[in-house]
Every structure is written in C-alpha cells, then in structure tokens.
Design a protein around this ligand. Structure first.
Ligand code: G16
Length: 544
C-alpha cells in the first residue's frame, strides 16, 4: 500500500479546550486542518504500533468524512487494529466502554457534543486514553505543542472503507473492524441496573416515559435498551434517528433547547418521567411530571440512593463534583462519611480519582453524571439509574427529590450563560475580578460576607498536577456561592457562565422558583462582575 508523506504547516489555535478541539465545520474543512490535528495526536503518543484505536462519533455532518481520513492516517501510522462503530456512530460513553473492554490503546471521538451540527455549525475531535477517559492536560498540551511545529503527516493512499456493514477487513497491516455500536454498552448497563425491576415498571402499564434523543447518537442506544430490552412502549423514544444536522435541533438537553420535551412534561397529562441526551450521549436532563431536576440535585439523589442499583449497592468509595456544581452532593457524602472531591470543570479531571478508586460516582452541573463503569459521563446511564430508583422506591420523581431536600436541605442553584460575548471583554471581566480578589475578602454584599474570593487552583490528589485559573469563586460565610468562569467548549466568541448557589435548610421554603430564591445573589453577581454593564446585555441567553 502506498503511504503518502504530505508536507504541511501549522494552524493556529489547535489547542484542545474543556473537551477536545471544537471548531466550525468550515474550519475543519480547510485542507490539512483535520490531518494536522490527527497527526499531532499520534505524534504525542508512544508505543501504539500494532495496537487498537477505537473510532466513532455522534453522526454529525463531517463525521463520515473525518472517519475515512482517520482510518487512512491510522493505517499509515501503524495502528494494528481499528474498531469503528457501524455508520461511524459511537456515543462518547460507549467509546469509553469499548476502549476499556477491549483494552484498546485509545480512541478518537468525533463530536462537538451539545453544539449544533451541519455544514455551518460545529465539529469536534477528542482523544481518549487507554483508561477510556479524555486525555489529561499533559497529553492535550503535548498535542497542541506538536500541532504548532508539525511539518508533515502520513496517510495511506487507499479507497474509502464501507462503514455500514459489520465485519472485518485488512488494510495494509491494519485490521479494520466495523462493530455494533450498541451491544457492548447495553450489556454493561444490564449488569449495573435491575432490568427486571424496571421492566415491571413498564409492564404495569401506568408508568409513562418520554426519552428525547434529539436526533443525535443516543437514539439507537435508547431504542434498543428502553424499548427493546426493557419493553417500554414503542414511541417512548422520540427523535431516535441520528441526523447530520440533528434535524435542526440544538442537541443540548436543557430547559431551553429541549423545550418540546419540557412542554410535554409540564402538560396536564404529561408522562411521569422524561429525559433527554445531547449530541454524543454523555449528558442527560431528568424531568418528572411538571418537575425539573437540577443536574446538581440529580447527582446528589443518585449518590444518596446507591443501594437501589445492583452495580453500586456494595457501597461507594467516594464522590466527586466539578467546582461550580452545587454542594448538594457534599451534604450526602458528609452524611455517608465519605470523601467528596472538588475538581475543575471537565470530565478529564475525574479520571485519576476514578482510576485510584477514590471516587465511584462523579457529576457536574452541566448535565453530566457518571461512575467508574466508564471514564466519561454517561447520559443513558443516569436515565437508567433514575428508572431504577423510581422502580425501587415506587415514588415519583418529584417525591424522590422533595424527600431528599427534606433530609438534606435544598441547595438552590442556577447557572446564567452569556453566549457569544466579545472575547477581549470576557477575559477582562475575569482578569479584573482576579486582580482585586484579596481586597474583596471580608467585604459585605447585603447580608453576605465574603469569606473566600479567588481564582480556583486544583492540585490533583493523585498525581499532584496543578491546574490554575479554573474560575473565580466568591464564597460567602453562610455557604452561599457565586462562581464565574469562561466556557471552554464554545466555538464563537466567549461564553461567560455565572453559577449561583444558596443553601436552604427550612423545608417550608423548599418550593420557591430558584430565580426567586436566588434573586439577591443574582444582583450581587452583577455588582461583583459587571457582566451586563460591560457586555451591554440585558439578560442571560440561557438559564439552567
Ligand atoms: C464538556 C466537558 C464537561 C464540562 C462541559 C462544559 O462537556 O466534558 O466536563 O462540564 O463541557 O464545559 P464548559 O463550561 O467549559 O463549556 P461536553 O458534554 O460538551 O463534552
């Protein structure tokens, strides 16, 4: 087979963000752009010759084309085997599952996650290491460094591979396996949860569920597991066929972008349980009838109910949450006498804790929850966990959450996003707050006294690596918090995220709208940051 060595020059900005390299499709379509990045990934790795690489994506526009390029480059670079999801599809958690199960060297995931897809929308690529998790910062920084000095890449001169037929073929010295994207993942889920119990919930016939796959990758997984194995009625899963442009949907499972599901769940005869996932299947949104479960509360409830799920009923070693995630789970951990770790935003920071068995379950405010079963957050896993809790307790979603608040108190929580902000303005807002951090300590905003004001630095408890500048934290004496950070996943301008939290132990005050309960802190957030004043915006683009 002819291997071509193609001369190239570096592109600026190929530094992976919170979760891989995310850019507009038009950026990826530039000649050599994808190739440069893939070669930079391979150049950052050692001893992969003859080993297995897992490849798949969420099916968005450019997925198939990118996979063909990756196949030819992986062959030229000397991988021994490629495992590729049929149709080029693999959800992010399924990729993690397959890397671990088959002890692959690593994997390439093609997705821009919850960002929209299509020729004028977003694409992304992420490298996962042999533990099945996102590459840690030292690897992503090496990839970036390589991308800035790349001079050529290698690619096999061979026709495209048929991605739609399960089977094997040999290309040069590389075995190409097209695999069922769902089977291994479904088998794993059946071991973690009580499928018989959940099946009975659907059999009784009174319980109604709606799962919105948002025309993205979880459609085939949800159809197979929920309707196929668990016998939920046909039609339980909607928008189940992955489309290149997600059918025009913005596959971000939150109250704004999953509004069709939200409207159905809040209608008088709406289903008992509703859920949605994002483009690549690692995020989840959980809803009850006329009830929204905040992701931070979902994490706390999942941890508190560990004994209901067979995969976890022997106990948890500890839990972890990202820094901006509410402290609801901390209360559960304290109650159960186990450690709760606080990491920067980005699932990659949970990897070491999971590998070292310091944490069993992890979660983030950004609709991500998962466990040590894989090294990614896992949307469908969270949905099955909730089904297991509902079936085991015979309670509705609202009853489960309210009982939880009664026991632990309620952490009112909300995130306000300002999207597409001028990058220079956004950075200046963050820099200004960081610069005056020390002088803020002890200051009063209304009744709230500032106890800590800093830019969060994380020291990994396992490998002691240090990650700085992870968001401005304003911690008040009464436990309330405001956190400011810039998103690392956007592709246009900057997104400013403001996270606001207040603890309410009094059960008589647990039924407020979070925006109302947090109103004073929301104003204080503006006083501290001046986001509205400095960006000219009147209100956030997204509130979750
Ligand atoms: C990614 C990361 C998550 C992170 C989220 C939001 O999720 O894997 O850990 O919480 O982005 O990050 P940011 O606030 O920087 O935009 P996903 O679902 O996009 O891969």
């Amino acid at each position: 087979m002819n291997i071509k060595i193609v001369p190239t020059t570096p592109f600026e900005g190929q530094r992976p963000g919170t979760s891989g390299l995310r850019k507009k499709v038009t950026v990826f379509e530039q000649p050599h752009y994808l190739e440069n990045f893939v070669q930079s990934v391979f150049n950052s790795l050692e001893d992969f010759h003859g080993k297995t690489l897992v490849v798949g994506g969420d099916g968005r526009y450019f997925n198939r084309k990118a996979i063909q390029t990756i196949i030819k480059m992986a062959v030229a670079n000397g991988f021994g085997e490629l495992m590729i999801g049929k149709g080029g599809l693999l959800s992010t958690p399924a990729t993690s599952c397959i890397i671990r199960k088959y002890q692959a060297f690593g994997g390439l995931i093609l997705s821009a996650s919850h960002n929209p897809g299509g020729p004028n929308a977003d694409f992304g690529i992420k490298y996962n290491i042999s533990n099945g998790g996102p590459a840690p910062e030292k690897v992503t920084e090496a990839i970036y460094a390589n991308s800035q000095k790349i001079e050529n890449y290698v690619i096999a001169d061979t026709p495209d591979v048929d991605l739609d037929t399960i089977g094997e073929k040999i290309l040069g010295e590389t075995k190409i396996k097209i695999i069922d994207p769902v089977a291994d993942y479904a088998e794993m889920m059946s071991k973690l949860f009580d499928f018989d119990l959940i099946k009975r919930l659907f059999q009784i016939g009174k319980f109604k569920m709606r799962y919105d796959a948002m025309n993205a990758v979880t459609g085939p997984y949800a159809k197979y597991i929920l309707e196929g194995i668990l016998k939920a009625p046909e039609g339980t899963v909607v928008n189940a066929v992955p489309k290149e442009d997600f059918g025009g949907l913005h596959p971000d499972p939150n109250l704004v972008y999953a509004h069709t599901l939200v409207e159905e769940m809040f209608s008088d005869n709406g289903p008992d349980f509703g859920a949605a996932s994002d483009g690549d299947g690692d995020r989840n949104m959980i809803l009850g009838h006329k009830f929204y479960v905040n992701p931070s509360d979902s994490l706390a409830v999942i941890v508190a109910n560990f004994w209901n799920a067979p995969g976890y009923d022997r106990g948890l070693t500890g839990v972890a949450r990202s820094m901006p995630t509410s402290q609801a789970v901390d209360r559960v951990a304290r109650g159960m006498g186990m450690s709760c770790y606080e990491t920067p935003t980005g699932w990659k920071f949970f990897g070491n804790l999971l590998d070292a068995n310091k944490a069993t379950i992890c979660g983030e405010e950004s609709f991500g929850t998962g466990s040590n079963h894989v090294r990614e957050k896992d949307g469908l896993w969270a949905v099955l966990y909730w089904l297991n809790i509902i079936a085991a307790t015979n309670m509705s979603v609202a009853e489960i959450v309210k009982a939880h608040w009664k026991k632990y108190g309620r952490n009112y929580y909300s995130r306000h996003d300002y999207e597409g902000v001028d990058s220079a303005i956004a950075h200046k807002i963050m820099d200004d707050m960081t610069a005056r951090a020390e002088s803020e300590i002890g200051k009063f905003y209304g009744d709230y006294e500032v106890e800590t004001f800093d830019n969060f630095t994380y020291v990994d408890p396992v490998d002691k690596s240090v990650s700085k500048n992870q968001g401005v934290r304003v911690l008040f004496k009464d436990g309330s918090r405001i956190v400011f950070r810039l998103s690392g996943t956007g592709t246009q301008g900057a997104t400013i995220r403001i996270y606001i939290e207040k603890y309410e132990p009094n059960v008589a005050k647990h039924d407020l709208d979070p925006q109302e309960a947090l109103a004073d802190l929301i104003e204080i957030a503006e006083e501290i940051s001046g986001v509205k004043a400095k960006t000219g915006r009147k209100k956030p683009d997204v509130i979750t």
